[in-house]
Design a binder for this molecule. Structure first.
Ligand code: PMP
Length: 433
């Protein structure tokens, strides 16, 4: 043993095959760029305003209270007070009885809920339908599970009378969607309200998806992390409540998005035991457990919301009201500089058309970097304003045909949105002078 050289380096390849082609990630690059150059960061999706007082107080109470066991492990599949209140809450939303122990599982953010779903349901060769543009981790997660992502686009229809486009103008082509379902299809991922567009799928669109799921006996992984963030009186419809869908749907939610506390990383899944039992297997054998203290505080937050359900003081009523105003502020600022925002019906994201800005951004000879990436980097470095290129939310194969848009996050303090407005106004003056 002692005769081995001290510096014996490994020479064999170490990367597992399942990581091939998924090692590049937009967030690593853009989070770093935004941190280095931006004065105003409307890139990554998180609020810069504080989580509500009642949630912060709940955490303080949990930390300073008598129950020192909150510092220890709790039930692996969800802290009992949290799964109980989630079951009560979702009974109301889905109109069916739920067993907190078998129909609800708590996860480390919605991210881990998604990971559990793909690992639990997708086998080598299985196809998973993903609607483009999509929250970017769906594709690598399907691939890591050995599955094949099959993409179907939301296609924009130009609005009449020169009006601004709405996220509702981006729609699935029913025949195209139907053509993606086959005997190989195991699941479809639905994300309504949708990140990045802010689209809130209509009853008709959800019925179409549901009909195809039932016809082809396909699962639905329903990412509803922005369920409370819908605007202009629109309604978020839960696909699990449509006929035939409860039995084949896993509903995914996030306390991070729901209570403006993304760093807490508390998420959940709701669904039939028949499906959730397999999520429990993945959870048990991967992270096993989520922070007890955060689960306790989120449970108290939900308890409050259950009492105030539908009332004006409910955070789930107030937050979308405030965000709608922030959305409208950002829309005005972007229109002023000549970008064409697509008005989101939900989420805290807004996609804007930047096709008129090609002359602002210097061409990079021999670069195959898409225009929206170049534009977003240029804007961060030269204007101090951070946003995310939309093509990052498309598959590799379709990326090059969606390079005229960038995504902004408007879950920001008024001061941040004002600072963004100042940058855009100054930019506008420079353009016109
Ligand atoms: N799904 C979507 C559509 C998201 O936008 C995000 C966060 N950006 C997540 C899931 C992950 O949520 P969490 O922070 O709770 O893990």
């Amino acid at each position: 043993f002692l005769s081995l050289p001290l510096q014996a380096k490994m020479s064999r390849p170490v990367q597992a095959r399942r990581l091939e082609g998924i090692d590049k990630n937009i967030w690593v690059e853009f989070v770093k760029l935004a941190a280095t150059y931006s004065k105003v960061n409307l890139g990554q999706g998180f609020p810069d305003f504080p989580a509500p007082d009642f949630l912060q107080e709940a955490l303080r109470r949990a930390l300073g209270g008598e129950n020192h066991m909150l510092h220890q492990y709790t039930r692996a599949f969800g802290h009992p007070p949290l799964v109980k209140v989630l079951a009560q809450f979702f009974e109301k939303l889905l109109g069916r009885e739920l067993d907190p122990m078998t129909n609800v599982m708590v996860t480390v953010g919605a991210y881990q809920a998604l990971f559990c779903c793909f690992q639990a349901f997708v086998d080598e060769g299985d196809e998973v339908i993903i609607i483009e543009p999509f929250f970017d981790c769906y594709e690598p997660m399907v691939k890591m599970a050995g599955g094949t992502p099959v993409f179907v686009p939301l296609r924009p229809k130009a609005p009449k009378d020169g009006k601004l486009m709405s996220s509702a103008d981006w729609q699935l082509d029913p025949a195209e969607l139907a053509s993606k379902f086959s005997a190989r299809t195991k699941a479809i991922v639905l994300n309504s309200p949708n990140n990045p567009l802010g689209k809130v799928f209509s009853q008709g669109e959800l019925e179409l998806i549901a009909e195809l799921c039932v016809k082809h006996d396909v699962l639905c992984i329903s990412d509803e992390v922005y369920e409370w963030l819908v605007y202009d009186g629109r309604q978020h419809i839960r696909i699990a409540s449509l006929p035939g869908m409860w039995d084949r749907t896993v509903v995914i939610g996030s306390a991070g998005k729901t209570f403006s506390a993304t760093g807490w990383k508390v998420g959940w899944t709701v669904g039939p035991d028949r499906l959730l039992q397999h999520l429990r297997t993945v959870h048990q054998n991967s992270v096993y457990h989520c922070a007890t203290m955060a689960q306790e505080a989120v449970a108290q937050g939900f308890q409050r919301e259950l009492t105030l359900y539908g009332k004006p003081d409910s955070y789930f009523v107030q937050l979308p009201r405030e965000l709608q105003q922030k959305r409208d502020l950002l829309v005005q600022s972007l229109v002023a500089v000549g970008m064409k925002p697509i008005i989101p019906e939900g989420t805290y994201f807004l996609v804007a058309d930047i096709s008129e800005f090609k002359s602002d951004v210097p061409d990079v000879p021999n670069s195959d970097e898409p225009y929206d990436y170049r534009f977003a980097k240029w804007m961060i470095k030269n204007k101090g304003l951070a946003a995310i290129p939309l093509s990052a939310f498309y598959s590799e194969a379709h990326r090059s045909s969606h390079t005229n848009f960038i995504r902004f996050c408007f879950a920001k303090e008024e001061a941040t949105l004002k600072a963004a407005n100042d940058i855009l106004q100054k930019w506008k003056q420079e353009k016109t002078s």
